[in-house]
Design a protein around this ligand. Structure first.
Ligand code: ZN
Length: 235
């Protein structure tokens, strides 16, 4: 591992260690190592569209897609009580599948395995079936389509936690779709350190205190191992 990368990972571990309020923000980039396409990465859906190419086809069916080392590194942080909140733009259910507690997670664009009541906002598993909520409202797909309003509760929690954090870590998002573009600004205004792990450029690169262009799987699990050492825990 090159020295510069090693040093940056050590810095991330140190900041995770010192932080009392860490918020993570994930986008499609965290799913690429699970075989999912992202949007603006080198082989992403929009990048390919701009080149006149169709999206790369999925390697396997959705329910066989498994969380990867990046997802599990965040679960590890949850176990260490080092994760206050996780905001995700992904609808793939991989954070919940990996073991993230629902109370620590906001899914800004919904979740493909869940239905949402249009009246009271309650979400239920698709597998539970039914088309009517206990409140009488209709249950529809929870996935937010382009141009549709985002789930208000998840959005409010995201802003609230970002206002209180001292460390904001972006994993695999190009931070261009609103409100992705606004939430890190909220954290910066609160005086938080901003760390970005993303292969492509983001509008926040100049404001980031620490920047990784390497893959998430190469950085995050190692940072968590180093954090454990700092905490006096050994594997
Ligand atoms: Zn309802």
């Amino acid at each position: 591992m090159n020295q510069d990368l090693e040093k940056r990972i050590q810095t991330l571990a140190q900041w995770l260690y010192e932080s009392i309020y860490t918020v993570f923000f994930s986008g499609a980039g965290i799913g690429t190592e699970s075989g999912l396409p992202d949007f603006r990465g080198p082989d992403g859906v929009w990048t390919r569209r701009d080149k006149g190419l169709a999206p790369r086809s999925m390697d396997k069916p959705w329910d066989e897609v498994a969380p990867n080392s990046g997802h599990y590194a965040i679960v590890e942080l949850q176990k260490l009580d080092k994760l206050k909140f996780l905001i995700s733009q992904n609808v793939d259910n991989l954070h919940l599948k990996s073991g993230i507690r629902p109370t620590l997670l906001a899914e800004l664009h919904g979740n493909m395995t869940k239905l949402r009541c249009t009246q009271c906002g309650l979400t239920v598993d698709r597998t539970e079936g039914g088309s009517t909520c206990s409140c009488g409202g209709p249950l529809v797909s929870s996935v937010v389509d382009f141009g549709q309003p985002l789930p208000q509760r998840d959005l409010a929690f995201s802003f609230e936690h970002s206002r209180h954090c001292d460390l904001f870590v972006v994993v695999g998002s190009s931070l261009v779709v609103t409100p992705a573009a606004e939430i890190p600004a909220e954290a910066l205004n609160a005086g938080a350190k901003l760390v970005i792990l993303n292969a492509g450029e983001t509008p926040f690169d100049k404001k980031a205190h620490l920047r990784f262009y390497e893959t998430i799987g190469r950085v995050l699990p190692t940072a968590v191992r180093k954090l454990k050492k700092l905490m006096g825990l050994f594997e």
